[in-house]
Design a protein around this ligand. Structure first.
Ligand code: TYD
Length: 216
């Protein structure tokens, strides 16, 4: 089973990935967790290029670098793991490209869908958990109230995070549009709930879909 997590930076995805991994392992399942971009030697280099603040990258260049990192990870790691019967939990997948490069940067959504298909070899998640958070709340989590006005334009932030508040508003709208269009696959959750509450909802959704996950 391929499970993906989505949301703007600071939504708490990595906490949920860790909790879900532990839960599935306790049920005796083999679980691999990965995060995008990255996950192979080449993809990690691409990650550095994408996130280091000193680089100035065009929107199309950025799209193709994320896609190149994804193609590496899918072919070398994800598909073999799924073939071996492992569950794979991914912190970000192609919905991030639609939300960030499509809605955030304004690239054509049809073009993006084509690039996403190439980069994923047609692989789709079985289920996606989208943790919904406003950019303002994301900033509050990252910075003290005092430094808020500077936030999203700060040396502490990576290249993507320095894209500004308006960018993050568009990304969030993008996630809302994608989750509404694909409500069968995408489960939208309120990221302001406690980590344990969110985890329980995630486990509940998985159990509804797959009775092998009830633990009984
Ligand atoms: P990362 O440090 O992994 O952020 P997070 O902890 O929020 O997941 O950085 C990944 C950044 O790249 C993040 O800002 C989202 C962005 N991104 C895209 O713009 N497009 C993509 O396709 C992917 C996978 C990530």
């Amino acid at each position: 089973m391929l499970i993906t997590f989505e949301g703007i930076d600071g939504a708490g995805k990595s906490t949920q990935v860790t909790k879900l991994k532990r839960h599935l392992q306790e049920l005796g399942r083999e679980v691999l967790t990965l995060r995008e971009p990255g996950g192979t030697a080449v993809a990690e280099h691409i990650r550095d290029l994408l996130l280091e603040s000193k680089h100035d990258i065009t929107p199309v260049g950025e799209l193709l670098l994320f896609a190149a990192s994804r193609a590496e990870l899918v072919q070398k790691v994800i598909l073999p793991a799924l073939d071996n019967g492992s569950d794979v939990i991914l912190d970000r997948f192609f919905d991030s490209t639609t939300a960030y490069q499509g809605y955030g940067r304004g690239l054509d959504l049809e073009l993006l869908a084509g690039v996403n298909r190439i980069a994923t070899f047609g692989l789709n998640p079985d289920i996606t958990f989208y943790l919904d958070l406003t950019p303002e709340d994301a900033l509050k989590r990252k910075f003290s109230e005092k430094s808020l006005p500077l936030a999203f334009e700060s040396e502490e932030l990576d290249r993507m995070e320095n894209s500004g508040l308006e960018f993050y508003r568009r990304v969030r709208q993008g996630y809302h549009a994608i989750s509404a269009e694909q409500s069968d696959r995408i489960v939208k959750l309120d990221a302001l709930l406690t980590p344990d509450e969110i985890h329980r909802m995630i486990v509940g959704s998985l159990e509804k879909r797959d009775n092998r996950l009830t633990g009984s």
